[in-house]
Design a protein around this ligand. Structure first.
Ligand SMILES: [Zn+2]
Length: 240
């Protein structure tokens, strides 16, 4: 089953995976960002709702130390030049033209440049058309993107599930940066897993704002039960 409130502990059977293409829609839950899941032999990290930024619960097993290190690692080195910014702009232009193949090429260029900067193996990207939906009894969630560890493949969906409108540039770039940061967790930081910690979200935000040319923002967090955190959007937007 899919554990939508949890991170990398989530599990998804193949029969559940097929539900991603179901056509029904109710509304997305507000509390999900990205759930890790396992389809046979593959581990996926899938973004399901880009607005909710909720951390995973700290594991109680031998992964706890790695989780805490990920949480503490708030800073990500960034290029001192505009190499990622200019490629990101080419993603935006390709999206405006609406051609999936051009968007994929631009995203692949972004990943190649970013992988070269961080000196990690390159990952591949596929850009797909309308987002699939995960249908549950009371709500439906749209899938924005995912990263598969074994294949180092990022998939992005370019159109919304219902109206088939082109995803906003900010959403697509944010999803790309998020999935690439899962890649960095394994290949740069060498964590045993890729948890959604405060550090993970802050590294992702740093990469996103750098690539988009927008000011870096301090993220404010609210503690929840079980050692989890959610972002405080009001404070984060105000900057205090
Ligand atoms: Zn994720």
């Amino acid at each position: 089953m899919i554990v939508i409130n949890a991170g990398s502990a989530g599990r998804m059977a193949a029969s559940e995976a097929s539900k991603f293409t179901a056509p029904n829609f109710v509304r997305a839950p507000a509390n999900v960002l990205c759930a890790g899941m396992v389809v046979p032999h593959l581990r996926l990290f899938a973004i399901m709702n880009e607005r909710a930024m909720l951390t995973d619960a700290p594991p109680r097993d031998e992964n706890r130390a790695g989780f805490l290190e990920s949480d503490r690692t708030r800073i990500l080195d960034l290029p001192h030049d505009n190499r990622l910014l200019s490629i990101a702009k080419s993603i935006e232009s390709a999206m405006q033209a609406g051609k999936t193949a051009d968007v994929r090429r631009a995203c692949a260029g972004f990943l190649a440049e970013a992988s070269s900067f961080y000196k990690v193996r390159n990952c591949t990207v596929r850009v797909l058309a309308a987002r699939p939906l995960q249908v549950r009894e009371h709500f439906t969630t749209e899938l924005f993107g995912d990263y598969t560890i074994e294949t180092m493949l990022i998939r992005l969906w370019m159109r919304t599930a219902i109206r088939k409108e082109v995803t906003s540039y900010g959403t697509l770039l944010n999803t790309l940066c998020h999935e690439f940061c899962h890649h960095l967790d394994f290949h740069l930081f060498r964590f045993a897993d890729s948890w959604h910690t405060r550090g993970f979200y802050e590294r992702t935000a740093a990469l996103y704002h750098h690539a988009r040319g927008t000011p870096q923002k301090r993220l404010f967090w609210v503690p929840l039960t079980g050692g989890r955190w959610r972002i405080d959007w009001q404070k984060t937007r105000r900057g205090a």
